[in-house]
Design a protein around this ligand. Structure first.
Ligand code: ISE
Length: 331
């Protein structure tokens, strides 16, 4: 195959970023088709990369001039679109969430298993970030012994009004769910959410910040500070505490400047800046694997587990109780 022909479904901010990545920073692929509910937006993005526009996402997924699919459509559309990719035998990179609830996510896992191939990659891009990859390699090497705890900080400078505590669980904390599973190599079994005094910027009735606690299958603990209206910058830090050492990533020390009697670094303004390299590396891995008719990185089961843990997290934050996670059987 010369160049992998990709259909990008949904070209809001994230989809448009993926189109740019495929067109300018990733090797071996081109954007063949762009589909979006907003036809003008699709036409504008498609024109910039010489792609054609398709108004029906399923028609784009099944088109003859498409080899692989990137889904950056709204989460509620994912289930139908991922199943269409499986039916057509097309590798798909699906942004999170895989689907909107546990039964439908498990149905995707089973549908993929029935094809006998790995075709679904879920967009947990942090796994492709250099620092997360280095931390995972450190854990695997056994260099600092058995991991015991993770301390995570996930802060956004600002978010829109619709970003409730429930939304933050599924949209932000979901990344720590996947990182926990990635770094520790085991499932999360229970979630508890503590809610301190809310920021005055938090919409009424919502908990921002919140402290989320994960328990894992082997008894490790992970705490996550989720604070999406800090008014400061985009900060994602993780400290791993192990038996013979600790390791921290996300210190934002790109450039430490001394000037005018002060010294300091700078914070990324948003996740596309902080994780720009991770998004592009993720896309390159997807393209390389899709050219071989498969996918790389986090798959349907990882997407399902994240949906299940976030559902428990939503229950935990709305009831104030500790909620256990019970995963279905892995095919
Ligand atoms: C956003 O959707 C993301 O996926 C970012 O990685 C996350 O940090 C942010 O909080 C979310 O809103």
């Amino acid at each position: 195959m010369s160049e992998l022909r990709v259909a990008v479904i949904g070209v809001g901010a994230m989809g448009a970023f993926h189109v740019d990545s495929l067109a300018h920073r990733v090797r071996g692929a081109r954007v063949a088709v762009v589909a979006d509910a907003d036809a003008d937006r699709a036409a504008g993005v498609a024109a910039g990369v010489g792609a054609r526009v398709e108004t029906d996402p399923i028609a784009a997924i099944t088109a003859d001039d498409v080899d692989a699919v990137v889904l950056a459509s709204p989460g509620a559309a994912h289930e139908k679109q991922v199943l269409a990719c499986l039916e057509a035998g097309r590798p798909v990179l699906c942004e999170k969430p895989l689907t909107m609830d546990e039964p439908s996510a498990l149905a995707v896992v089973r549908a993929e298993a029935a094809t006998g191939r790995r075709l679904v990659q879920v967009g947990f891009m942090r796994r492709f970030d250099r620092e997360y990859a280095a931390l995972r390699a450190l854990v695997e090497s056994g260099g600092i012994g058995d991991p015991l705890m993770l301390h995570c900080v996930h802060r956004n400078p600002a978010v829109p009004e619709h970003f409730t505590s429930v939304f933050a669980m599924a949209d932000s904390v979901v990344h720590e769910v996947d990182c926990t599973r990635f770094l520790l190599g085991e499932e999360i079994t229970a979630v508890t959410v503590l809610t301190p005094r809310a920021s005055s910027a938090s919409p009424a009735g919502n908990a921002d910040p919140m402290l989320v606690l994960f328990e894992t299958a082997s008894g490790r603990l992970v705490d996550v500070e989720s604070f999406v209206r800090t008014g400061v910058g985009y900060e994602v830090r993780t400290e791993l505490v192990a038996e013979r050492g600790q390791a921290t990533i996300g210190l934002d020390q790109n450039l430490v400047l001394r000037s005018a009697g002060r010294w300091g670094g700078s914070l990324a303004p948003d996740f596309v800046v902080r994780f720009g390299q991770a998004y592009d590396t993720q896309m390159q891995a997807f393209v390389d694997a899709a050219a071989r008719g498969t996918v790389a990185g986090p798959g349907a089961w990882d997407g399902y587990a994240a949906v299940a843990v976030c559902a428990a997290g939503v229950q935990a934050v709305t009831t104030g109780r500790r909620v256990e996670v019970r995963l279905g059987e892995r095919p």
